[in-house]
Design a binder for this molecule. Structure first.
Ligand SMILES: Cc1cc2nc3c(=O)[nH]c(=O)nc-3n(C[C@H](O)[C@H](O)[C@H](O)COP(=O)(O)OP(=O)(O)OC[C@H]3O[C@@H](n4cnc5c(N)ncnc54)[C@H](O)[C@@H]3O)c2cc1C
Length: 296
C-alpha cells in the first residue's frame, strides 16, 4: 500500500480516541496535516475500495471491540483554526471554524468576544465537526455553510440552504467536513460570559463528568426524557461487566474501568428491553457505533 504523505498509522487503538476509553484498532488511521493531504488520502482509500470513517473528539462514539476495517480519519492541528471573518462593527460575529476546533474553545472565544446564545454549547465535549453532525445542543442554528471533502477527494462548499438539522441529527453532504462558517449575534462580552458560566455550573451539578462515557446513551423519545424512564424503572446502577448506568444521570452509561463495547451494547439492550416492557416506550441509541451496525 502506498499512502500519500506521512500521516497514516496502522492498527491504531481507538480506545485512545474515544471518551468511553473503549475500542479496538483502526486498520488504517490518518491524521492529515492539510486539506490537500486529506483529499489525497481519501482518494487513495476510495481507489483501494476501503471504507472510510471519521472520528472527531470521539465523545459520541462507541468503537467496536473488534476494531474498524478500512480507514479512520481524525483531523488534527491543521483543522483547529478559528478566525473572525466579519468586521468588528457588524451586528453579527461571523467566524470560520475548523472542524477539529474543540467546542469549548468556540464557547470560550464567544464568551470573551460577546456572542449571543453561544452558551447553549457550554460544557459540550468534543469538536465542532462532530457537534454539527450530531446537531449537538442545536449548533446547526449557527451554521451558515460548510466545506466538505467528498469521497473522490473533491472540495465542496455547501450553503446553509442545503443543510438540514433536527433533534440530535443532521442531513449534511457525505464526506469529511473540514470547516464551517458560523454566525452569532453580538451582545456585551460580560453578558455572554455570565450566560456561559451559568450553564457550566448547572452542567457540573447534574452530569457524570469524571467517569468515561459518551454522554447520553439514548435519544429522548417523544414521550419524555429517556433518563426519566430509566430512573423511574429503577435502573440506575445496573451493570454488565464494567459498563454501568450512571448513578448520577440515568441516561449516561459509564465505563467503570475495563468495560468493552460489548458490555455497553448488552447494557443498552437490557435497558431498552426493560423500558419497553414497563412503559411501552422504544429507546433509540444516540451514541454512534463505529465499526459495526447496531444490532439493537
Ligand atoms: C460527558 C458528556 C456530556 C455530553 N453532553 C452532551 C450534551 O449536552 N448535548 C449533546 O448534544 N451531546 C452531548 N454529548 C455527546 C457529544 O459530546 C456530542 O455529540 C459532541 O458534539 C460530539 O462531538 P465529537 O467531536 O466528539 O464527535 P464524534 O463522537 O467524534 O463523532 C460523532 C459523529 O460525527 C462524525 N464526525 C465527526 N467529525 C466529523 C467530520 N469532521 N466530518 C464528518 N463527520 C464527522 C463521526 O463520524 C460520528 O458519526 C456529551 C458527551 C459526553 C461524553
Amino acid at each position: 500500500m502506498s499512502w500519500p504523505g506521512t500521516c497514516i498509522r496502522r492498527e491504531e487503538p481507538l480506545s485512545n480516541h474515544t471518551s468511553f476509553r473503549i475500542g479496538g484498532p483502526a486498520e488504517w488511521f490518518a491524521e492529515p496535516s492539510s486539506v490537500e493531504e486529506l483529499a489525497a488520502v481519501i482518494r487513495e482509500a476510495d481507489r483501494l475500495g476501503l471504507p472510510i470513517s471519521v472520528i472527531g473528539g470521539g465523545t459520541n462514539t462507541l468503537a467496536a471491540d473488534r476494531g474498524v476495517r478500512g480507514l479512520v480519519i481524525h483531523l488534527g492541528a491543521a483543522f483547529r483554526k478559528l478566525e473572525n471573518i466579519g468586521a468588528p462593527e457588524d451586528p453579527v460575529a461571523t467566524v470560520r471554524c475548523g472542524s477539529a476546533v474543540p467546542s469549548q474553545r468556540l464557547v470560550m472565544t464567544g464568551a470573551r468576544q460577546g456572542w449571543d446564545l453561544v452558551e447553549i454549547l457550554a460544557g459540550l465535549p468534543g469538536q465542532v465537526g462532530g457537534a454539527m453532525v450530531m446537531n449537538a445542543q442545536g449548533i446547526g442554528r449557527f451554521v451558515q455553510g460548510l466545506t466538505v471533502i467528498a469521497s473522490d477527494g473533491r472540495i465542496q462548499s455547501v450553503d446553509r440552504n442545503a443543510l438540514h438539522f433536527g433533534y440530535r441529527r443532521s442531513e449534511l453532504p457525505s464526506g469529511v467536513i473540514v470547516e464551517a462558517i458560523l454566525a452569532f449575534p453580538r451582545i456585551p462580552a460580560e453578558e455572554a460570559d455570565r450566560n456561559v458560566q451559568a450553564i457550566l455550573s448547572r452542567r457540573n451539578a447534574t452530569q457524570d463528568l469524571n467517569v468515561p462515557s459518551a454522554g447520553c446513551a439514548f435519544r429522548n423519545p417523544e414521550q419524555g426524557p429517556a433518563g426519566k424512564f430509566i430512573d423511574d424503572a429503577g435502573l440506575k446502577g445496573s451493570r454488565i461487566g464494567d459498563a454501568q448506568v450512571s448513578l448520577r444521570h440515568a441516561n449516561f452509561i459509564v465505563n467503570m474501568g475495563q468495560a468493552s463495547a460489548d458490555d455497553v451494547l448488552s447494557l443498552m439492550e437490557y435497558v431498552q428491553g426493560r423500558i419497553w416492557r414497563r412503559f411501552g416506550v422504544a429507546l433509540e441509541p444516540e451514541v454512534r457505533l463505529l465499526g459495526e451496525s447496531w444490532a439493537i
